[in-house]
Write a protein that binds this ligand. Structure first.
Ligand SMILES: Nc1ncnc2c1ncn2[C@@H]1O[C@H](COP(=O)(O)OP(=O)(O)OP(=O)(O)O)[C@@H](O)[C@H]1O
Length: 259
């Protein structure tokens, strides 16, 4: 039996009068690679905040590693790369090596020098995201996609068991997006790290991930990516109504808008 890492049971959440999330049941097991997809306003960020313990659902339970969220203390097991990572201040004077090393501050202690002891961990994390050739490069000199890889290295250098990524491809140009997903796939397969990727880009991820959850207030589908691929257009329209077109072609629209 695979061990559940994250379990949401019958979760409901509202900010004001209307429910934003209703009856959410989701179990993520060790080693799985999940995509949480949904159109704008479907509740992805809200669900993420609940998962990260930043919001408390009015109903239902959230368990991490079998422990109720309120009793769960081992947040170091969870790595998180926020959407904001790719709007990094490009004037910040730190090298790739230093940015990744800063991911160890909690583990090594703020006032302790992150010395030789952790050098291998830092180099391994940088290598896992394919950035070994840029060790001494200033972070501000890198492209959006390269910066995002460095932030993932910073999140994984302390060896979390789960990595959560919120719309990680937003600042990445179109031709590098597939290489970026490939890197995540490798991270999942080679190190067995459990991944949860939040995105509205359903078409781009469904072949890379092992599982898909489609959110639009409810979880309309959650299961393996193979089962997801079997859903036909009609089923998807049933899930998202008119928004299915937007979901599948949003990246094209974005490109057109930039022209
Ligand atoms: N702080 C808040 N107060 C009130 N309503 C909110 C708040 N944050 C979000 N909402 C509402 O909750 C619903 C879900 O929003 P949420 O940001 O979770 O969706 P999302 O899928 O992450 O959207 P996007 O892809 O645009 O980021 C929306 O109707 C939104 O307007």
């Amino acid at each position: 039996m695979p061990s559940p890492i994250l379990e949401l049971k019958d979760v409901y959440f509202r900010y004001e009068r209307d429910w934003v999330l209703e009856h959410i049941d989701l179990t993520i097991n060790q080693g799985q690679f999940w995509a949480l997809v949904g159109p704008n306003g479907s509740g992805k960020s809200t669900m993420l905040k609940i998962i990260l313990g930043l919001l408390t659902p009015q109903k239902g339970t959230v368990k991490w590693f079998g422990n109720d969220r309120k009793e769960f203390k081992h947040w170091e097991k969870i790595g998180y790369v926020s959407q904001k990572a790719n709007s990094f201040n490009t004037g910040f004077p730190a090298t790739v090596y230093e940015v990744v090393a800063s991911g160890l501050v909690k583990k090594a202690g703020l006032f302790q020098r992150i010395g030789k002891k952790y050098r291998k961990d830092i180099l391994d994390a940088i290598s896992a995201v394919g950035m070994s050739d840029f060790l001494q490069r200033n972070i501000g000199e890198l492209s959006g996609g390269q910066q995002q890889r460095v932030f993932i290295a910073r999140a994984i250098v302390s060896k979390p068991e789960v990595l959560i990524l919120d719309e990680p491809t937003v600042g990445i140009d179109h031709q590098h997006v597939q290489a970026f997903y490939q890197m995540l796939e490798q991270l999942n397969k080679e190190s067995g790290m459990t991944l949860l990727l939040v995105t509205h880009d359903m078409g781009a991820v469904s072949t890379r991930v092992s599982h898909v959850a489609c959110l639009h207030k409810h979880l309309h589908f959650h299961g393996t990516s193979n089962d997801f691929e079997q859903l036909d257009q009609g089923d998807l329209s049933g899930v998202y109504g008119h928004e299915v077109q937007l979901l599948q072609h949003e990246h094209v629209h974005e490109e057109e808008l930039q022209r």
